[in-house]
Design a protein around this ligand. Structure first.
Ligand code: TXA
Ligand code: MG
Length: 364
C-alpha cells in the first residue's frame, strides 16, 4: 500500500443511526466499497473488514493477517434482512437463534448461495454470518451497504485485539483504516453454531453461552473437537493453535485455596530452576503470588470481567518477557467455558491436573 493507515477516533456511546452521518464512518464505508481493508470494533473483538463479494479484497485479509487460506471468514451484516442475500434458507432453529441473539455475539453457519467470494468460505458450501451489536460496526455495515468479511484483526497466532492499539501493533502497516472506539465489551469472539443439521452444533464457544443456546432451541451438540477429543474439528479455525505466548504456558487445575497453593508451589519450583515466571490470575488472588510478573484478568466472581480482560492480559504476559506462565483455571460453565477454551489453546493443551504429584512439567 505504501501509505500509512488512517486512524479515526470515535466516541463510544452513540447510536448506530446517528453514527452513519459521522465523517469517519462515511470515509471508512467508502474505503470498504473501494476494496480496501478497514479494521473496526465489534462488541466481541476488533475485526479486519473487507468487501465479502470481492475476491481481491478478501485475499488482502489473508495476506495482512498471515492467515491460512483454508480457514473461512465470518460475514458481517448490518440488518437481519440482508441474510437472504447470502443464504438460501434459514432453518427454524436458526431463526429462533437470530431472534434471540442478533444483533450480538453469535455466528450462524448456513448453506450459502454463492454470492460471497469463494475465498471467504474457503471453498465450503456453508458460510458463517453474524450481525454485530456494536454501534460503530452497525453504522459501518449499514453505511457501506456491503456484506463485510471480517476475521479478528490480529496477526495470525496472536490474541484477538480488544483495543485499537492491539490492531495497530499487529497490523498498522497492512491496513488502510482503523476505527478506534476504545476497548470492546465482550472480549472473546462470537459463539459459532452450525445450524445446517437437525440438531445445532456448537463449533466455537464465545460470547453467547451453551446454556443460553439450549434455553432457546433445546438440544445443542458440542463439536467433539472442543472436548479435547481426537476428531478433526469441523470449524477449520479450531485446529490452529490460536495464540502461542512466547513463554511456555501451563494451566493449573483446582479451585479455592488448593489452586493458590499449587500455583505457589509450581512457581517456586520453576523460579529455583532459573525460569522467569509469569502468573495469570484474577483480582481476588493477585496479591497472593510472588513471581517475575503477576497479571490479573478480571474478577473470578464476574465471568464477564475475565472474558473482557483475557486477551489484554495475555498480551501483557508477552511484553513482560516471562518464559514460563502458570494460569489459574475456571469451572468450564457459562462464559467460563469460552474462557477455558481460549486458555487451553493458548497453553497448547498443557495442564497440571489437580492430582499430579510433582511439578514435572516445570523442568521439562
Ligand atoms: O467475534 C467474532 O466472531 C470476530 C469479530 C470480528 O466478528 N471474528 C472472528 O473471526 O473471530 P475469526 O476469523 O477470527 O474466526 C472465525 C471462526 C473460525 O474458527 C472459522 O473457522 C469459523 O469461524 N468459521 C467461519 N466460517 C465457517 C464455516 N462456514 N464453517 C465452519 N466454521 C466457520
Ligand atoms: Mg481469530
Amino acid at each position: 500500500m505504501g501509505k500509512a493507515a488512517l486512524r479515526w477516533r470515535i466516541g463510544q456511546h452513540e447510536d448506530a443511526e446517528a453514527l452513519r452521518e459521522h465523517p469517519a464512518i462515511r470515509e471508512a464505508a467508502r474505503m470498504l466499497r473501494e476494496g480496501k481493508l478497514v479494521a473496526f470494533p465489534t462488541e466481541t473483538v476488533y475485526g479486519l473488514g473487507a468487501d465479502a463479494r470481492s475476491e481481491e479484497a478478501v485475499s488482502r485479509i489473508f495476506t495482512a493477517k498471515g492467515r491460512p487460506g483454508d480457514n473461512p471468514l465470518i460475514v458481517h451484516i448490518g440488518h437481519v434482512s440482508r441474510l437472504q442475500d447470502l443464504v438460501a434458507e434459514l432453518p427454524t432453529k436458526g431463526e429462533l437463534l437470530v431472534r434471540r441473539f442478533w444483533p450480538g455475539p453469535l455466528t450462524l453457519v448456513l448453506p450459502h448461495k454463492g454470492t460471497v467470494a469463494p475465498k471467504v468460505t474457503a471453498g465450503l458450501d456453508t458460510v458463517g454470518v453474524r450481525m454485530p451489536s456494536h454501534p460503530v460496526a452497525l453504522a459501518l455495515l449499514q453505511e457501506s451497504g456491503l456484506p463485510v468479511a471480517a476475521p479478528s484483526a490480529n496477526r495470525s497466532g496472536r490474541p484477538s485485539p480488544t483495543e485499537a492499539d492491539h490492531v495497530w501493533e499487529d497490523l498498522g502497516g497492512e491496513i488502510d483504516g482503523l476505527l478506534d472506539a476504545g476497548p470492546t465489551g465482550v472480549g472473546l469472539e462470537s459463539t459459532v453454531v452450525d445450524v445446517t443439521g437437525s440438531v445445532p452444533l456448537l463449533l466455537r464457544p464465545g460470547g453467547v453461552t451453551l446454556e443460553e443456546l439450549r434455553e432457546t432451541v433445546g438440544e445443542v451438540r458440542v463439536d467433539p473437537a472442543l472436548e479435547g477429543d481426537a476428531h478433526p474439528p469441523r470449524s477449520p479455525g479450531m485446529k490452529y493453535r490460536h495464540y502461542a505466548p512466547k513463554g511456555e504456558m501451563w494451566l493449573v487445575e483446582g479451585s479455592g485455596e488448593a489452586l493458590v497453593h499449587r500455583i505457589r508451589e509450581l512457581a517456586d519450583h520453576a523460579r529455583k530452576a532459573g525460569r522467569r515466571v509469569g502468573i495469570l490470575t484474577t483480582e481476588e488472588n493477585r496479591f497472593r503470588y510472588k513471581a517475575d510478573r503477576v497479571v490479573a484478568c478480571g474478577r473470578r466472581a464476574e465471568p464477564e470481567s475475565v472474558a473482557r480482560d483475557l486477551y489484554r492480559a495475555l498480551r501483557e504476559m508477552d511484553r513482560a518477557g516471562v518464559d514460563y506462565i502458570l494460569a489459574e483455571t475456571f469451572p468450564a460453565e457459562g462464559l467460563f467455558r469460552s474462557v477455558m477454551n481460549r486458555l487451553y489453546k493458548a497453553a497448547g493443551g498443557r495442564v497440571f491436573r489437580a492430582d499430579d504429584q510433582c511439578p514435572k512439567g516445570s523442568s521439562s
